[in-house]
Design a protein around this ligand. Sequence first.
Ligand SMILES: [Zn+2]
Length: 409
Amino acid sequence: MKYKWKINDLEEYIKLLKLKLYNLLGIKDINKIDTDTLINILNNINDEETSYNVKILLADLNQAHILLGEICPYDFLEYYLYGDLDTSDNYNRKSLDIIKEHVSILDKYPFAKDDLLKARRILKYNTGLPLDTLFSMKQCNLSNDDILELTHDFYKQFDSYFFKKFMGVFKYRKDIVSFKNYDGGGTLGTCYELLCASTSYIQILRDHNIGDVTTTIHEFMHATSFSINPNHLYDPNKDFLSEFDTTFINLLATDYISQNLKTEQIYANSFNALVDHYNSINSAYILDLIKDEDITSNKDLSSFIKSHEANLEIILHYIKMDLPFYLFIYSLPFIFAVELYNIYKTDKDKAIYLLKKIINANCNSKEEYYQMMLDFGLIPGRHLNTYAVDINKKVKSKIKLNIDGVKMT
Ligand SMILES: [Zn+2]
Protein backbone atom coordinates (compact mmCIF):
# COMPACT_ATOMS: atom_id res chain seq x y z
CA MET A 1 0.00 0.00 0.00
CA LYS A 2 1.43 3.32 -1.02
CA TYR A 3 -1.19 5.76 0.20
CA LYS A 4 0.01 8.23 -2.35
CA TRP A 5 -3.31 10.04 -2.58
CA LYS A 6 -4.71 12.09 0.28
CA ILE A 7 -8.40 12.99 0.40
CA ASN A 8 -7.36 16.50 -0.66
CA ASP A 9 -5.66 15.18 -3.79
CA LEU A 10 -8.72 13.48 -5.15
CA GLU A 11 -9.44 16.03 -7.86
CA GLU A 12 -6.05 15.26 -9.38
CA TYR A 13 -6.77 11.57 -9.01
CA ILE A 14 -10.08 11.94 -10.86
CA LYS A 15 -8.32 13.64 -13.79
CA LEU A 16 -5.88 10.75 -13.98
CA LEU A 17 -8.65 8.16 -13.89
CA LYS A 18 -10.56 9.92 -16.66
CA LEU A 19 -7.49 9.87 -18.88
CA LYS A 20 -7.02 6.15 -18.26
CA LEU A 21 -10.70 5.51 -18.99
CA TYR A 22 -10.65 7.47 -22.27
CA ASN A 23 -7.54 5.57 -23.36
CA LEU A 24 -9.15 2.23 -22.62
CA LEU A 25 -12.37 3.15 -24.42
CA GLY A 26 -10.58 4.84 -27.31
CA ILE A 27 -12.42 8.16 -26.94
CA LYS A 28 -11.09 11.69 -26.72
CA ASP A 29 -13.68 13.56 -24.71
CA ILE A 30 -16.39 11.78 -22.77
CA ASN A 31 -18.50 14.98 -22.60
CA LYS A 32 -19.03 14.86 -26.35
CA ILE A 33 -20.58 11.40 -26.21
CA ASP A 34 -24.22 10.78 -25.31
CA THR A 35 -25.26 8.15 -22.78
CA ASP A 36 -26.52 5.58 -25.30
CA THR A 37 -23.33 5.72 -27.35
CA LEU A 38 -21.25 5.34 -24.21
CA ILE A 39 -23.23 2.35 -22.99
CA ASN A 40 -22.91 0.91 -26.48
CA ILE A 41 -19.14 1.24 -26.33
CA LEU A 42 -19.12 -0.42 -22.89
CA ASN A 43 -21.33 -3.27 -24.04
CA ASN A 44 -19.10 -3.95 -27.01
CA ILE A 45 -15.96 -4.51 -25.02
CA ASN A 46 -15.14 -8.08 -25.84
CA ASP A 47 -12.04 -8.88 -23.94
CA GLU A 48 -12.34 -9.65 -20.26
CA GLU A 49 -9.28 -7.74 -19.11
CA THR A 50 -10.41 -4.44 -20.64
CA SER A 51 -13.91 -4.96 -19.31
CA TYR A 52 -12.55 -5.57 -15.80
CA ASN A 53 -10.27 -2.53 -15.97
CA VAL A 54 -13.12 -0.29 -17.16
CA LYS A 55 -15.31 -1.47 -14.30
CA ILE A 56 -12.57 -0.76 -11.75
CA LEU A 57 -12.00 2.72 -13.23
CA LEU A 58 -15.70 3.53 -13.16
CA ALA A 59 -16.05 2.27 -9.58
CA ASP A 60 -13.04 4.33 -8.50
CA LEU A 61 -14.34 7.41 -10.30
CA ASN A 62 -17.72 7.10 -8.65
CA GLN A 63 -16.25 6.64 -5.18
CA ALA A 64 -13.78 9.51 -5.59
CA HIS A 65 -16.63 11.84 -6.60
CA ILE A 66 -18.75 10.73 -3.62
CA LEU A 67 -15.81 11.42 -1.30
CA LEU A 68 -15.60 14.93 -2.65
CA GLY A 69 -19.31 15.34 -1.95
CA GLU A 70 -20.16 15.45 -5.64
CA ILE A 71 -22.34 13.40 -7.92
CA CYS A 72 -20.26 11.37 -10.32
CA PRO A 73 -21.11 12.28 -13.91
CA TYR A 74 -20.91 8.55 -14.66
CA ASP A 75 -23.19 7.35 -11.88
CA PHE A 76 -25.75 6.31 -14.52
CA LEU A 77 -23.22 3.64 -15.42
CA GLU A 78 -23.81 1.91 -12.10
CA TYR A 79 -26.22 -0.45 -13.77
CA TYR A 80 -23.47 -1.42 -16.15
CA LEU A 81 -21.29 -2.20 -13.13
CA TYR A 82 -23.86 -3.89 -10.95
CA GLY A 83 -26.41 -5.23 -13.39
CA ASP A 84 -29.69 -6.07 -11.68
CA LEU A 85 -28.67 -4.55 -8.36
CA ASP A 86 -29.91 -1.12 -9.42
CA THR A 87 -33.42 -0.60 -8.10
CA SER A 88 -33.39 3.19 -8.01
CA ASP A 89 -36.47 3.40 -10.23
CA ASN A 90 -38.56 1.48 -7.70
CA TYR A 91 -39.91 4.47 -5.85
CA ASN A 92 -42.79 5.55 -8.02
CA ARG A 93 -44.18 2.29 -9.26
CA LYS A 94 -47.12 0.09 -8.33
CA SER A 95 -46.53 -2.32 -5.46
CA LEU A 96 -47.58 -5.36 -7.44
CA ASP A 97 -45.21 -4.59 -10.35
CA ILE A 98 -42.31 -4.05 -7.98
CA ILE A 99 -43.07 -7.22 -6.02
CA LYS A 100 -43.38 -9.36 -9.15
CA GLU A 101 -39.99 -8.23 -10.36
CA HIS A 102 -38.31 -9.42 -7.19
CA VAL A 103 -39.94 -12.80 -6.53
CA SER A 104 -36.81 -14.76 -7.47
CA ILE A 105 -34.44 -13.07 -5.05
CA LEU A 106 -33.84 -16.19 -2.98
CA ASP A 107 -32.87 -18.11 -6.12
CA LYS A 108 -30.06 -15.67 -6.87
CA TYR A 109 -27.61 -17.82 -4.93
CA PRO A 110 -29.40 -21.20 -4.77
CA PHE A 111 -26.70 -22.78 -2.63
CA ALA A 112 -27.44 -20.25 0.16
CA LYS A 113 -31.22 -20.52 0.09
CA ASP A 114 -31.72 -23.26 2.71
CA ASP A 115 -29.27 -21.62 5.10
CA LEU A 116 -31.07 -18.29 4.83
CA LEU A 117 -34.44 -19.92 5.46
CA LYS A 118 -33.06 -21.75 8.49
CA ALA A 119 -31.77 -18.44 9.86
CA ARG A 120 -35.17 -16.88 9.22
CA ARG A 121 -36.87 -19.50 11.40
CA ILE A 122 -34.38 -18.96 14.21
CA LEU A 123 -34.63 -15.17 14.08
CA LYS A 124 -38.42 -15.27 13.91
CA TYR A 125 -38.60 -16.69 17.42
CA ASN A 126 -35.91 -14.46 18.83
CA THR A 127 -36.85 -10.94 17.92
CA GLY A 128 -40.26 -11.01 19.56
CA LEU A 129 -41.16 -7.32 19.26
CA PRO A 130 -43.29 -5.62 16.66
CA LEU A 131 -40.97 -5.63 13.69
CA ASP A 132 -41.25 -1.94 13.02
CA THR A 133 -39.81 -1.24 16.46
CA LEU A 134 -36.19 -0.27 16.93
CA PHE A 135 -34.21 0.75 19.98
CA SER A 136 -32.55 4.12 20.09
CA MET A 137 -29.31 4.91 21.85
CA LYS A 138 -28.30 7.71 24.18
CA GLN A 139 -26.07 10.47 22.90
CA CYS A 140 -22.50 10.50 24.18
CA ASN A 141 -19.69 13.01 24.00
CA LEU A 142 -16.83 11.25 22.34
CA SER A 143 -14.47 13.38 20.25
CA ASN A 144 -13.19 12.16 16.88
CA ASP A 145 -9.82 11.53 18.57
CA ASP A 146 -11.52 9.46 21.31
CA ILE A 147 -13.09 7.31 18.59
CA LEU A 148 -9.77 6.82 16.82
CA GLU A 149 -8.09 5.94 20.13
CA LEU A 150 -10.76 3.34 20.97
CA THR A 151 -10.43 1.93 17.44
CA HIS A 152 -6.65 1.67 17.87
CA ASP A 153 -6.99 0.03 21.30
CA PHE A 154 -9.53 -2.46 19.99
CA TYR A 155 -7.21 -3.68 17.22
CA LYS A 156 -4.24 -3.74 19.63
CA GLN A 157 -5.92 -6.28 21.90
CA PHE A 158 -7.55 -8.16 18.99
CA ASP A 159 -4.54 -9.88 17.40
CA SER A 160 -0.88 -9.08 16.63
CA TYR A 161 -1.06 -9.93 12.88
CA PHE A 162 -4.20 -7.88 12.27
CA PHE A 163 -2.90 -5.06 14.51
CA LYS A 164 0.22 -4.78 12.35
CA LYS A 165 -1.88 -4.67 9.17
CA PHE A 166 -4.33 -2.25 10.79
CA MET A 167 -1.46 0.09 11.75
CA GLY A 168 -0.33 0.08 8.11
CA VAL A 169 -3.61 1.88 7.40
CA PHE A 170 -4.15 3.74 10.69
CA LYS A 171 -0.84 5.61 10.50
CA TYR A 172 -2.25 7.55 7.52
CA ARG A 173 -5.47 8.42 9.38
CA LYS A 174 -4.96 12.18 9.02
CA ASP A 175 -4.97 11.80 5.24
CA ILE A 176 -7.60 9.15 4.75
CA VAL A 177 -10.27 9.49 7.47
CA SER A 178 -12.96 12.13 7.47
CA PHE A 179 -15.53 12.63 10.24
CA LYS A 180 -18.65 14.66 9.59
CA ASN A 181 -21.76 15.31 11.64
CA TYR A 182 -24.99 13.66 10.69
CA ASP A 183 -28.21 13.64 12.65
CA GLY A 184 -30.14 11.22 10.53
CA GLY A 185 -30.84 8.44 13.02
CA GLY A 186 -27.80 6.17 13.05
CA THR A 187 -24.14 6.47 12.16
CA LEU A 188 -23.27 6.09 8.50
CA GLY A 189 -19.83 4.76 7.68
CA THR A 190 -18.26 4.04 4.33
CA CYS A 191 -14.89 2.72 3.31
CA TYR A 192 -13.98 3.64 -0.24
CA GLU A 193 -11.36 1.33 -1.68
CA LEU A 194 -9.77 2.88 -4.71
CA LEU A 195 -8.07 0.01 -6.47
CA CYS A 196 -6.13 2.15 -8.95
CA ALA A 197 -4.73 4.28 -6.12
CA SER A 198 -4.16 1.27 -3.82
CA THR A 199 -5.75 3.37 -1.11
CA SER A 200 -8.78 3.24 1.17
CA TYR A 201 -10.65 6.27 2.46
CA ILE A 202 -12.96 6.18 5.43
CA GLN A 203 -15.86 8.51 5.90
CA ILE A 204 -17.84 8.50 9.16
CA LEU A 205 -21.04 10.51 9.39
CA ARG A 206 -21.41 10.79 13.16
CA ASP A 207 -24.67 10.32 15.02
CA HIS A 208 -22.95 11.00 18.37
CA ASN A 209 -23.67 7.75 20.12
CA ILE A 210 -21.38 4.77 20.72
CA GLY A 211 -22.45 3.33 17.38
CA ASP A 212 -19.94 5.84 15.95
CA VAL A 213 -17.13 3.76 17.49
CA THR A 214 -18.24 0.33 16.25
CA THR A 215 -18.84 1.81 12.80
CA THR A 216 -15.30 3.25 12.72
CA ILE A 217 -13.87 -0.11 13.82
CA HIS A 218 -15.95 -1.76 11.06
CA GLU A 219 -14.71 0.60 8.33
CA PHE A 220 -11.09 0.14 9.42
CA MET A 221 -11.56 -3.61 9.00
CA HIS A 222 -12.58 -3.03 5.36
CA ALA A 223 -9.43 -0.98 4.84
CA THR A 224 -7.27 -3.53 6.68
CA SER A 225 -8.63 -6.48 4.66
CA PHE A 226 -8.18 -4.46 1.46
CA SER A 227 -4.52 -3.89 2.38
CA ILE A 228 -4.07 -7.65 2.96
CA ASN A 229 -5.85 -8.79 -0.22
CA PRO A 230 -7.53 -6.24 -2.54
CA ASN A 231 -9.29 -9.17 -4.22
CA HIS A 232 -11.16 -9.92 -1.01
CA LEU A 233 -13.46 -7.08 -2.07
CA TYR A 234 -13.03 -7.08 -5.81
CA ASP A 235 -13.15 -10.79 -6.62
CA PRO A 236 -16.65 -11.26 -8.11
CA ASN A 237 -16.72 -14.74 -6.55
CA LYS A 238 -16.27 -13.27 -3.07
CA ASP A 239 -18.25 -10.03 -3.17
CA PHE A 240 -21.49 -11.53 -1.86
CA LEU A 241 -19.74 -12.18 1.47
CA SER A 242 -17.61 -9.03 1.45
CA GLU A 243 -19.16 -7.85 4.74
CA PHE A 244 -18.23 -11.10 6.52
CA ASP A 245 -14.97 -9.96 8.14
CA THR A 246 -16.40 -6.57 9.09
CA THR A 247 -19.56 -8.06 10.60
CA PHE A 248 -17.43 -10.45 12.64
CA ILE A 249 -15.36 -7.49 13.86
CA ASN A 250 -18.59 -5.68 14.75
CA LEU A 251 -19.61 -8.52 17.05
CA LEU A 252 -16.25 -8.39 18.84
CA ALA A 253 -16.17 -4.58 18.91
CA THR A 254 -19.61 -4.52 20.53
CA ASP A 255 -18.35 -6.65 23.45
CA TYR A 256 -15.15 -4.61 23.66
CA ILE A 257 -16.94 -1.26 23.77
CA SER A 258 -19.47 -2.55 26.27
CA GLN A 259 -16.70 -3.72 28.62
CA ASN A 260 -14.47 -0.68 28.21
CA LEU A 261 -17.07 2.04 28.36
CA LYS A 262 -19.03 0.10 30.99
CA THR A 263 -22.28 0.32 29.10
CA GLU A 264 -24.61 -2.20 27.56
CA GLN A 265 -26.32 0.48 25.47
CA ILE A 266 -24.37 -0.78 22.48
CA TYR A 267 -26.39 -4.02 22.48
CA ALA A 268 -29.36 -2.00 21.30
CA ASN A 269 -27.52 -1.88 17.96
CA SER A 270 -27.10 -5.67 18.04
CA PHE A 271 -30.81 -6.13 18.65
CA ASN A 272 -31.73 -3.73 15.85
CA ALA A 273 -29.43 -5.69 13.56
CA LEU A 274 -31.27 -8.93 14.44
CA VAL A 275 -34.60 -7.32 13.57
CA ASP A 276 -33.11 -5.96 10.37
CA HIS A 277 -31.73 -9.32 9.27
CA TYR A 278 -34.98 -11.08 10.11
CA ASN A 279 -36.94 -8.57 8.06
CA SER A 280 -34.65 -8.77 5.05
CA ILE A 281 -34.65 -12.58 4.98
CA ASN A 282 -38.37 -12.77 5.72
CA SER A 283 -39.13 -10.33 2.89
CA ALA A 284 -37.19 -12.53 0.49
CA TYR A 285 -39.02 -15.58 1.85
CA ILE A 286 -42.46 -13.98 1.31
CA LEU A 287 -41.44 -12.97 -2.23
CA ASP A 288 -40.44 -16.58 -2.84
CA LEU A 289 -43.92 -17.70 -1.74
CA ILE A 290 -45.58 -15.14 -4.02
CA LYS A 291 -43.65 -16.65 -6.95
CA ASP A 292 -46.05 -19.60 -7.08
CA GLU A 293 -49.24 -17.59 -6.50
CA ASP A 294 -51.51 -16.13 -9.11
CA ILE A 295 -51.92 -12.65 -7.67
CA THR A 296 -53.35 -10.00 -9.96
CA SER A 297 -54.43 -7.12 -7.72
CA ASN A 298 -52.87 -5.02 -4.98
CA LYS A 299 -55.71 -6.11 -2.70
CA ASP A 300 -54.94 -9.81 -3.18
CA LEU A 301 -51.29 -9.03 -2.66
CA SER A 302 -51.93 -7.32 0.68
CA SER A 303 -54.14 -10.09 2.02
CA PHE A 304 -51.68 -12.80 0.91
CA ILE A 305 -48.84 -11.02 2.67
CA LYS A 306 -50.96 -10.46 5.80
CA SER A 307 -51.92 -14.14 5.90
CA HIS A 308 -48.21 -14.88 6.31
CA GLU A 309 -47.86 -12.47 9.24
CA ALA A 310 -45.84 -10.10 7.11
CA ASN A 311 -46.22 -6.50 6.10
CA LEU A 312 -46.19 -5.10 2.55
CA GLU A 313 -44.61 -1.84 3.74
CA ILE A 314 -41.65 -3.69 5.25
CA ILE A 315 -41.15 -5.80 2.12
CA LEU A 316 -41.23 -2.70 -0.08
CA HIS A 317 -38.84 -0.97 2.32
CA TYR A 318 -36.31 -3.78 1.85
CA ILE A 319 -36.76 -3.85 -1.91
CA LYS A 320 -36.20 -0.10 -2.02
CA MET A 321 -32.99 -0.46 -0.06
CA ASP A 322 -31.81 -3.02 -2.60
CA LEU A 323 -33.09 -6.28 -1.17
CA PRO A 324 -30.90 -8.70 -3.10
CA PHE A 325 -27.93 -6.54 -2.23
CA TYR A 326 -28.83 -6.24 1.45
CA LEU A 327 -29.65 -9.91 1.80
CA PHE A 328 -26.45 -11.22 0.30
CA ILE A 329 -24.10 -8.44 1.37
CA TYR A 330 -25.23 -8.08 5.01
CA SER A 331 -27.60 -10.80 6.22
CA LEU A 332 -25.79 -13.83 4.79
CA PRO A 333 -22.37 -12.64 6.03
CA PHE A 334 -23.95 -11.94 9.43
CA ILE A 335 -25.10 -15.56 9.74
CA PHE A 336 -21.55 -16.77 9.01
CA ALA A 337 -19.99 -14.10 11.25
CA VAL A 338 -21.98 -15.34 14.27
CA GLU A 339 -20.36 -18.76 13.74
CA LEU A 340 -16.82 -17.35 13.64
CA TYR A 341 -17.67 -15.23 16.70
CA ASN A 342 -18.64 -18.43 18.51
CA ILE A 343 -15.33 -20.09 17.60
CA TYR A 344 -13.46 -16.96 18.73
CA LYS A 345 -14.99 -17.19 22.18
CA THR A 346 -13.65 -20.69 22.80
CA ASP A 347 -10.59 -20.86 20.50
CA LYS A 348 -9.28 -17.42 19.57
CA ASP A 349 -6.25 -18.73 17.61
CA LYS A 350 -8.45 -20.91 15.43
CA ALA A 351 -10.80 -18.02 14.69
CA ILE A 352 -7.90 -15.72 13.70
CA TYR A 353 -6.41 -18.49 11.53
CA LEU A 354 -9.73 -18.90 9.71
CA LEU A 355 -10.21 -15.16 9.30
CA LYS A 356 -6.77 -14.85 7.65
CA LYS A 357 -7.54 -17.80 5.36
CA ILE A 358 -10.89 -16.32 4.33
CA ILE A 359 -9.50 -12.85 3.57
CA ASN A 360 -6.60 -14.30 1.58
CA ALA A 361 -8.69 -16.84 -0.34
CA ASN A 362 -8.99 -16.52 -4.10
CA CYS A 363 -11.88 -18.61 -5.38
CA ASN A 364 -12.91 -19.92 -8.79
CA SER A 365 -16.64 -19.66 -8.13
CA LYS A 366 -19.16 -18.42 -5.57
CA GLU A 367 -20.07 -22.05 -4.83
CA GLU A 368 -16.42 -22.87 -4.11
CA TYR A 369 -16.16 -19.92 -1.71
CA TYR A 370 -19.39 -20.89 0.04
CA GLN A 371 -18.24 -24.49 0.38
CA MET A 372 -14.91 -23.31 1.79
CA MET A 373 -16.77 -21.45 4.56
CA LEU A 374 -18.73 -24.62 5.37
CA ASP A 375 -15.57 -26.73 5.30
CA PHE A 376 -14.05 -24.36 7.85
CA GLY A 377 -16.84 -25.40 10.23
CA LEU A 378 -18.82 -22.20 9.78
CA ILE A 379 -22.25 -23.78 9.59
CA PRO A 380 -25.02 -21.18 9.22
CA GLY A 381 -27.61 -21.33 12.00
CA ARG A 382 -25.64 -23.55 14.38
CA HIS A 383 -25.08 -20.86 17.02
CA LEU A 384 -27.48 -18.18 15.83
CA ASN A 385 -30.09 -19.13 18.40
CA THR A 386 -27.65 -18.88 21.34
CA TYR A 387 -26.44 -15.51 20.08
CA ALA A 388 -29.95 -14.12 19.59
CA VAL A 389 -31.12 -15.34 23.01
CA ASP A 390 -28.09 -13.68 24.60
CA ILE A 391 -28.73 -10.33 22.89
CA ASN A 392 -32.39 -10.50 23.85
CA LYS A 393 -31.48 -10.99 27.50
CA LYS A 394 -29.06 -8.09 27.46
CA VAL A 395 -31.49 -5.74 25.81
CA LYS A 396 -34.65 -6.69 27.62
CA SER A 397 -33.51 -7.35 31.18
CA LYS A 398 -30.18 -5.68 31.91
CA ILE A 399 -30.76 -2.30 30.38
CA LYS A 400 -33.68 -0.04 30.05
CA LEU A 401 -33.58 1.26 26.54
CA ASN A 402 -35.86 3.68 24.85
CA ILE A 403 -38.16 2.06 22.37
CA ASP A 404 -38.55 4.62 19.69
CA GLY A 405 -41.10 2.90 17.54
CA VAL A 406 -39.23 4.13 14.50
CA LYS A 407 -41.42 3.40 11.50
CA MET A 408 -39.66 2.16 8.46
CA THR A 409 -40.79 4.16 5.51
ZN1 LIG B 1 -19.15 -2.57 5.59
